[in-house]
Design a protein. Structure first.
Length: 143
């Protein structure tokens, strides 16, 4: 095998392993050896850019393409933490819930990011614990 081919093979293998790893969003931040092999979105900005931006757009103004995506920019509905936490953990309509694909920390950071950017000034950070409390399915049988 030529060097070029083996490099290509290595790249293909790396991609094959990297993607399932990202989809599962492991709770731990690294590989155990202290070396982060797959860049995972960590900060709210990174989560926003790699996940939310696809629909809500880079300027968070949403849009109307295949469907209507509400603007997160200057959005008074972000004033309380509960509403965006519900949206991000459970989803609604055409918005998927992310409790299976993002960690609670990633969701908390992304929500904090949108609440403090794009013309929103809701400074109190959303914590991982707040997200965990709402991401958990209702424990009793309800009403
Ligand atoms: C697949 C497209 C898609 C992605 C990805 C997505 N959203 Fe949404 N989002 C939507 C749609 C569509 C709605 C409107 C849902 C409804 O009300 O029926 C929405 C609504 C919201 C709302 C409520 C806005 C309002 O005024 O009611 C918030 C907050 C929100 N999204 C935050 C996020 C965050 C944070 C992320 C990233 C973690 C994200 N969204 C990723 C499509 C998406």
């Amino acid at each position: 095998m030529t060097l070029r081919n083996s490099l290509l093979t290595a790249a293909v293998l790396a991609a094959a392993f990297a993607f399932p790893a990202m989809a599962q969003a492991p709770q731990g931040g690294d590989t155990g050896g202290g070396i982060v092999r797959v860049p995972k979105p960590v900060t709210g900005e990174q989560v926003y850019q790699s996940v939310c931006q696809a629909c809500h757009m880079a300027d968070a103004k949403g849009g109307t393409g295949a469907g209507t995506i509400p603007a997160l920019a200057k959005n008074p509905r972000l004033a309380g933490a509960a509403y965006p936490i519900m949206m991000v953990t459970q989803g609604k309509g055409a918005m998927p819930g992310f409790s299976q694909t993002l960690t609670n920390a990633q969701m908390a950071n992304a929500i904090t990011y949108v609440r403090t950017h794009f013309g929103n000034a809701y400074a109190k950070p959303v914590t991982e614990a707040q997200v965990a409390a709402m991401a958990r399915p209702p424990s009793d049988g309800g009403h």
